[in-house]
Design a binder for this molecule. Structure first.
Ligand code: NOJ
Ligand code: CA
Length: 568
């Protein structure tokens, strides 16, 4: 196993805090979080003890998909700030030792992107159209889409060019997000330019959006949607992972990342990148290769039920996966695409929960019925969230923390339909609620206007009354708050995360997960409801506990609790 050696390895066991800029802090009071807002909260990020921040897109965007519809990859959205604000934010973060990662969205642009507008204007057969994926429609009038494929957000994945020429463009996501044609050299060159642009400005790395979908093969006869869905399911499971798919996880995507690696290695320390790739566990190492992006998100732990055995199996295969390359694992429980984990754990465990948590039927049904049936058990959800977080923070590898989870925030479900923003909600005609509930601006001060998020206009997604209970100023004063749990754990972790070693003591039997780390550091989780007697923990020093109850050294571990211990 690799040891943490030089600054070039900073990412291996880093804690990276994800900021969703529009919902973090609004400095100028227009209701939209901005870069100056982030700068104003640098002391908070420093006190939390994170090593880096990853900023979700802050580029010019019509916000059809929360900024993942990028109109210009090398600028800042004027609604959020300027490049000068970006530099100021970066330097404020650097001063306190926090690195910055930015989001690269290479699968698609916004339909407002200059090159897409050029493509529409230049017309059928033009070289401008070749940068995207345009095809003739079917039928005598070419008024039928080229295939019956659906978009990830619902509805068709082809839209007419709108200029009456019988052509349609492909969009894996919203119709405002046309997919790039990665066979085109202009597209390849332009993204290299973007990586260098942000690299030269001083960022330390990138999160790569939909990293598994850039290269596509749309030649020949294209399959029916029904068959494509079957193929996707097969390909996502181990055993069939090497099946060739026209849209996803094609081998040649790695050539792009090899060329990006050349760019990364021109910097000192080299820039880093983490792939967002929803691929079978067996394929993840391709993205995490040190000749490519270097690291890939492991969402598997996020898909687990709250259960020690499921966690152990998942941790084992994730660690095995990262050992295939010289990468390290990433652990994630929440992000801007999924229901906050304090809420996920407040509902009963789900059978076959091995899918994207947004689309699994049970969770979606629960969201659609506004968490009424079953009613969430909020207290249990938070207790489990704290235990699961402390369990993953002890693991070797890096951890991603999504803004607000350090406050124990639950999902917001009471958002009126006319305030919703997620394209999923609109494209499925409200059959799926989408992701707005985890993107509500976070509370800073219980008694201030907009809970301290911004001084004037209400937040762009409405903040419910109850949010104040979770405000930073409330939690700062409470020694047992979730915020103080995170702060303490991150501080301790800095001293303890040395070699990337882990030895199992108990592998999930009877709800107990227990592993040892170097220098006598041990992590024990009891995922069951009831307290258990554990001779293996008796007499060991308790460094931190996820529970609200005091922990005695009597060898008993309370239910739904994780502890860090020190022996010797
Ligand atoms: C993944 C991003 O995390 C999500 O928020 C976005 O909607 C899609 N990619 C499309 O860019
Ligand atoms: Ca603002």
């Amino acid at each position: 196993m690799l040891q943490k050696t030089s600054d070039a390895d900073w990412w291996r066991q880093a804690v990276v805090y994800q900021i969703y800029p529009r919902s973090f802090a609004d400095a100028n009071g227009d209701g939209i979080g901005d870069l100056k807002g982030i700068t104003s909260r640098v002391p908070y990020l420093e006190s939390l003890g994170v090593d880096a921040v990853w900023l979700s897109p802050f580029y010019p965007s019509a916000l059809k998909d929360g900024g993942y519809d990028v109109a210009d990859y090398r600028d800042v959205d004027p609604k959020i700030g300027t490049l000068a604000d970006f530099d100021e934010m970066l330097s404020a973060l650097k001063t306190v030792g926090i690195k910055v990662m930015v989001d690269i969205v290479p699968n698609h642009s916004s339909d407002d992107h200059e090159w897409f507008q050029d493509a529409l204007k230049a017309g059928k057969g033009s070289k401008e159209r070749e940068r995207y994926i345009f095809r003739d429609g079917l039928g005598p009038n070419k008024d039928q889409p080229p295939t019956d494929w659906k978009s990830v957000f619902g509805g068709p994945s082809w839209s007419p060019s709108g200029v009456n020429d019988g052509q349609w463009y492909y969009h894996m996501f919203d119709n405002s997000q046309p997919d790039w044609n990665w066979d085109h050299p202009d597209v390849r060159d332009d993204f290299i330019k973007t990586l260098k642009f942000w690299g030269d400005r001083g960022v330390s790395g990138f999160r790569i959006d939909v990293a598994h979908a850039l290269t596509k093969d749309m030649s020949g006869d294209l399959p029916k949607w029904e068959d494509l869905v079957k193929l996707t399911h097969q390909k996502l499971s181990n055993g069939n992972a090497d099946l060739v798919h026209p849209l996803l996880d094609r081998d040649e995507v790695q050539d792009i990342y090899k060329s990006w690696r050349q760019v990364f290695n021109q910097y000192d320390p080299p820039l880093i990148a983490v792939a967002e790739c929803w691929v079978a566990p067996d394929r993840k190492h391709l993205y995490a290769s040190s000749e490519g992006l270097g690291q890939a998100f492991s969402f598997d732990i996020l898909l687990c039920n709250y259960d020690a055995k499921e966690y152990v199996d998942c941790i084992k295969h994730s660690l095995k996966g990262s050992s295939l390359t010289d990468s390290s694992t990433t652990w994630v429980l929440s992000n801007h695409d999924v229901i906050r984990h304090a809420s996920r754990f407040a509902m009963p465990n789900v059978e076959n929960n091995k899918n994207h948590p947004l689309v699994i039927e049970a969770v979606n049904k629960w969201l659609v019925n506004k968490f009424q049936d079953p009613k969430p058990d909020v207290k249990t959800g938070l207790r489990r969230a704290r235990a699961a977080t402390l369990m993953i923070l002890g693991l070797p590898g890096s951890t991603y923390v999504y803004q607000g989870e350090e406050l124990g925030l639950p999902e917001v479900v009471d958002i009126p339909d006319d305030k919703r923003q997620d394209p999923t909600f609109f494209r499925t005609e409200a059959k799926e609620i989408g992701r707005d509930g985890c993107r509500v601006p976070i509370p800073w001060k219980a008694d201030a206007k907009n809970f301290g998020y911004g001084p004037d206009a209400p937040a762009h997604l409405p903040q419910p009354e109850w949010l104040g209970k979770y405000a930073v100023d409330v939690e700062e004063k409470d020694a047992k708050s979730t915020l103080n749990l995170y702060r303490k754990a991150l501080r301790l972790r800095k001293q303890l995360q040395t070699a990337e070693e882990l030895e199992w003591v108990q592998e999930g039997e009877d709800g107990i997960l227990h592993y040892k780390r170097p220098d006598g550091w041990e992590v024990v989780m009891n995922s069951g409801k009831e307290a258990v007697e554990l001779p293996t923990i008796k007499g060991k020093k308790v460094l931190i506990t996820s529970s609200l109850e005091e922990l005695k050294d009597d060898g008993k571990l309370a239910g739904e609790t994780t502890v860090w211990l020190k022996s010797g």
